[in-house]
Design a protein. Structure first.
Length: 201
């Protein structure tokens, strides 16, 4: 996210169950507000609460989060509700389809992506980049008889990892410095709020 961020490995330090990360200021002159820490790695994030959908693609929950194994199957297309609520970066969703007559023209109709850009691959061959509608592509020349792998590589922005996560409206039309802390009590909510990422219905 920022090359100036200090990165430290937690290998050998994390245990199963409850873990605590503490920051100690040795000189006792720490007067600035501490910035959030970010946990990076190949893992999923499980939530034990209910997900509530709101306008502007907002999704919120008052559940607790726990680090879990990476998720191998996405149900319904939403990354937020399937183990990746804080995800930013590139992620690939793949599915195998059976084609009996590859010589016949085939057009792939895709659900609306909720990401910055999306690349379509068929049998590991690049087909098309999607940055705006229409969400369809002619895939005839990439198909073979029998099994075919269709992959969508989604590039997800930093909104869900950086926030803001605790404002009254799950997704806001504009964001300023005051939205990243409890500086406006009337707008603050303890629950976590995200925007939908992944694929639409």
């Amino acid at each position: 996210m920022d090359r100036s961020f200090t990165v430290r490995s937690l290998e050998g330090l994390v245990k199963l169950g409850h873990n605590v990360i503490e920051v100690v200021e040795e000189n006792n002159n720490f007067t600035a507000e501490a910035a959030p820490m970010y946990l990076l790695g190949n893992f999923g994030v499980h939530c034990d609460g209910e997900w509530i959908h709101s306008e502007n693609r907002g999704i919120s929950t008052d559940g607790r989060f726990a680090v879990s194994c990476p998720v191998s199957h996405i149900k319904g297309g939403s990354l937020v509700e399937n183990g990746y609520p804080f995800f930013a970066g590139k992620i690939t969703l793949s599915q195998t389809v059976i084609v009996e007559h590859p010589e016949e023209r085939k057009k792939l109709l895709l659900p609306r992506p909720y990401c910055a850009v999306m690349n379509l691959y068929v049998n590991d061959q690049f087909v098309k980049l999607f940055a705006w509608p229409q969400w369809s592509a002619d895939v005839t020349k990439y198909l073979q008889k029998g099994e075919n792998k269709v992959s969508l590589e989604l590039t997800i922005g930093n909104r869900n990892v950086l926030g803001p996560h605790h404002q009254k409206d799950a997704e806001m039309h504009s964001v300023g410095p005051e939205d990243f802390g409890p500086y406006r009590p009337s707008q603050w909510r303890d629950r976590y709020a995200f925007v939908k990422t992944g694929l639409g219905e």
